[in-house]
Design a protein around this ligand. Structure first.
Ligand code: 6LW
Length: 526
């Protein structure tokens, strides 16, 4: 049986949801305050995934202005019914559900409809299409009557597919199985005339877990499965390679197998930079119910692939134009095939909730090497442009060209826990400058050189390799230190630090490549 390696989609792609239409699988994930919103992936074998578009990618379709990085588009669900794809998700503000929206499409690569707002509170909305054609909305919210298991409750109402409005009574389905933990991320499935409710509990960190309940009718009552939690890594050693597993969605294959996509992390020495990634594990249906990761009870780094899963649609994502570029709270400028883009400087910076001139792709591999060339002459008054490595408003690093006392300089700055420190400063050669960033374990090593490398011209000193500007201790950019629900993203950045400006910076030759782990699935080169 061929094997596959986890994660099947690397880099921050949390809260995965999947559906199948014929031999094709489609998967969506959260995207928070980044646009375009809700990436859509395609696969023919569940292990090789290729990005095919986004649900919210048209100008003005969504307003995420003023939202914190980890607010915005949370935990979508994708389902297909009668020729129509449905994606339902939540826009959060202040870590609370602000609105529940639904979009539809005939083609999952788009175009998707404008969002329809549903009268639904809470987060983690899902849809279940029953055999009788009725559609049931489920979600999680604060429990009306707090109960021993915790503050959350899962609830359900019918969705009228004509009006796309919730109708009829509200059904309280379940309060979860594990005490003191939020019950969230509900999905309902029908199997052998029983209804199964799969949920996440324990929070999305170390205590994350998958729990299930079952009922004879779709609106319940749901009975907790005594085997709960049915999947978790919370009890495993702290140096376990894969952690925080949970938030699962199930899909059946044409061969009749059932598999779960779920989130997990790959910490290094207790810190993770790549955010919550997409993992895959088998589910076996037994008379007692679903058994996740049969035989091991663990999500494995290498596992047996689904039956009949020939090698997937491998796409060569060598061109920067195909990278999954995103910007904060607005659509990104277009990066052309050569990796070039011009950013107009703005007063907005990365530590606000504005629209900084920042276009980024995910840090998606434990080890990578990346570079860009920046052509920019900083004026005075806080203008800077270069490369940013971003986890959140209180955790990011920048290597930027700035005006120094004796001319242009390149400066490596770090914002850690909201505190700004300088890690390196050097004067630069004239003309465009190449900035390279590569990982070394948890650290980011930043170097620079003249874009057109001519040793003699630089400080008259002979040198034949880039100069090291400094090293960023990645722990400062980890979720463990910065918090939040995203992961590190990186790319061209420019700002005038609050000052008015008309300047722009030209970026070119952006490159990003994974180091090591040859021959991994296509999406891993995304
Ligand atoms: C998601 C919820 C969660 O909606 O985090 O911790 C939220 N669990 O299920 C954002 O990823």
């Amino acid at each position: 049986m061929p094997a596959f390696s986890n994660p099947v989609i690397s880099g921050f792609h949390p809260d995965p949801s999947v559906c199948r239409v014929g031999d094709d699988y489609y998967l969506v994930v959260s995207s928070f305050a980044f646009l375009p919103g809700i990436p859509v992936f395609h696969s023919t074998n569940l292990t090789d995934w290729a990005p095919i578009g986004h649900v919210f990618d048209r100008p003005g379709v969504l307003d995420l202005s003023g939202l914190a990085v980890s607010d915005g588009l949370w935990a979508p669900t994708i389902r297909h019914h009668a020729g129509i794809f449905y994606v339902i998700t939540t826009i959060t503000r202040g870590r609370r559900g602000a609105s529940t929206i639904l979009a539809t499409a005939a083609n999952p690569a788009g175009p998707w409809s404008d969002p329809v707002v549903l009268d639904a509170e809470g987060i983690d909305p899902s849809l279940f299409f029953d055999d009788d054609g009725r559609c049931w909305f489920t979600g999680c919210r604060d429990a009306a009557e707090p109960v021993v298991t915790g503050p959350g409750e899962l609830w359900m109402r019918e969705l009228n597919l004509e009006t796309l409005a919730l109708v009829g009574p509200t059904h309280i389905l379940w309060h979860g199985a594990m005490s003191g933990a939020w019950v969230e991320a509900p999905h309902v499935y029908r199997r052998d005339n029983a209804y199964w409710l799969v949920a996440a509990e324990g929070g999305t960190e170390g205590n994350h877990a998958v729990t299930v309940a079952t009922a004879d009718t779709v609106t319940g009552p749901y009975r907790s499965d005594p085997r709960n939690p049915v999947l978790t890594h919370r009890h495993l050693a702290p140096d376990t390679a894969i952690q925080n597993v949970g938030h699962a969605d199930l899909v059946d294959t044409p061969a009749g197998e059932t598999w779960a996509v779920l989130l997990g992390t790959r910490p290094v020495d207790g810190f993770h930079l790549l955010g919550r990634e997409v993992f895959l594990t088998r589910v076996e249906w037994t008379p007692r119910g679903p058994v996740f990761a049969p035989g091991t009870g663990q999500v494995l780094a290498i596992d047996e692939a689904p039956e009949g899963s020939a090698a997937g649609d491998t796409i060569t994502e060598s061109s920067p134009a195909s990278f999954d570029w995103a910007s904060l709270r607005e659509l990104p400028p277009v990066i052309d095939a050569s990796g070039a883009v011009t950013l107009d400087l703005r007063p907005d910076t990365l530590d606000g909730v504005g629209r900084p001139a920042f276009v980024a792709r995910r840090h998606a591999h434990p080890a990578f090497a990346s570079a860009l060339v920046v052509d920019f002459e900083p004026g005075t008054g806080g203008e800077e442009a270069g490369y940013a490595i971003h986890q959140g408003a209180r955790g990011y690093a920048t290597a930027t060209l700035q005006a120094g006392p004796t001319g242009r300089e390149i400066v490596l700055g770090l914002v850690a826990a909201g505190v700004q420190t300088e890690l390196g400063r050097a004067s630069t050669p004239d003309g465009p400058v190449r900035i390279t960033v590569r990982t070394d374990g948890l650290d980011y090593v930043v170097q620079f050189s003249a874009a057109e490398f001519s040793a003699a011209e630089f400080d008259g000193a002979e040198f034949d390799e880039p100069l090291t500007l400094g090293r960023v201790d990645g722990r400062h950019l980890s979720t463990e230190r910065v918090g939040g629900f995203v992961g590190v993203v990186l790319g061209p950045y420019a700002t005038s630090n609050g000052q008015p400006t008309t300047a722009s910076a030209r970026f070119s030759d952006f490159s990003y490549a994974a180091i090591g782990a040859p021959g991994r699935p296509a999406a891993d080169r995304a």
